[in-house]
Design a protein around this ligand. Sequence first.
Ligand SMILES: Cc1ncc(COP(=O)(O)O)c(C=O)c1O
Length: 373
Amino acid sequence: MYRFKPELRIPGPVPVPSAVSLQMARPVVNHRGAVFHEKFPDVLSRLQPLFGTKNPIYMITGSGTAGMETAVSNLVSPGTPVLCLVGGFFGKRWMELCTAYKAEVHVLEFPWDRGVDPDQVADFLASHPEIELIFMVHNESSTAVLNDVEGVSRARGDHQALLVVDAVSALGGTPCEMDARGLDVVVSASQKCLMMPPGAAFIALSERARAYVEKSEASRYYFDLRKYEQFLAKGETPFTPNIHIVFALEEALRMMEEEGLENVYARHLLMRDMTRAGARALGLELLVRDEDASPTLTAIKFPEADSFRQRVREKYGVEFAGGQGIHAGRVFRVGHMGYATPLDVLTALAVLEIELKKYGQATEAAERVMAAR
Ligand SMILES: Cc1ncc(COP(=O)(O)O)c(C=O)c1O
């Protein structure tokens, strides 16, 4: 294994471009001082096109789950009726968070290899007018499914429920279009498509969600978005932030702006299609049908997936992710998000091919390259 150059092909954290890493080595500045005041609101506002919102973005120091808990702790009081759409590990996390905050939790379960079905959501809401919040995942990283957030948003019709979306492994890899799609709360994190190290979550609210947060009697302190709003007006956060993530974000956004967001999204779609075509040509079975396929990662069915992953990691330094929840040990997941290119996909496919060939599973090399091309 080439320990000096690990190839992280997992769905986050992702490799970080060196221009972004270098920002993490800058001298620390005062988070209540002039340099930070000038930079922080400007950098956050440059996330707005990725969220597809004209509303402010707040940064919470913590991982993606801290972003999810920010949403729940600002919205859910004991007894709040909520609906969680669960088709994987991270949908389940919404359910666990809502349970921890003592919501009255209703769950719609979907198969862990399919997108959520907006029609079932519409049916459920028709008989449950009391639901105040719907929680769902845009890109379910445990199954490699891209969910139809727009369909679920529309399925509400004139139902009152706010739609809360985990876009942790989606934002920056696929359009979010928060305002146009009527999403009320969107949460993401630094270490996925945004090409940064872990350490920050980002969250945006619709006007309706902001009003709900304002009047909510939910208990909250570190995650209190009302405080984040007050402090953002001064160019600050209420508590000491991950200052270096702000520097890193500035550079990561510069790179994405230079490439052009449309091109960033197109690159992810190309990597999705290459991975799927290449895996199929290798005779491998994909977990998810084409209609539901994620642009940021691909899940591949494989018996004894974990020992296979270990072999690949030890011999080539290429790291794939394991299956989660019911897919543990039977699926491996290939990340192609953030700082990844079609060339990385070819490398991943080449490693798969070499290993599979040893075990008599591969067909001709040219076929794979042609399929991926
Ligand atoms: C869709 C999704 N939601 C939430 C999370 C949780 O993020 P974190 O591990 O940063 O807390 C992840 C992380 O893999 C994710 O992929």
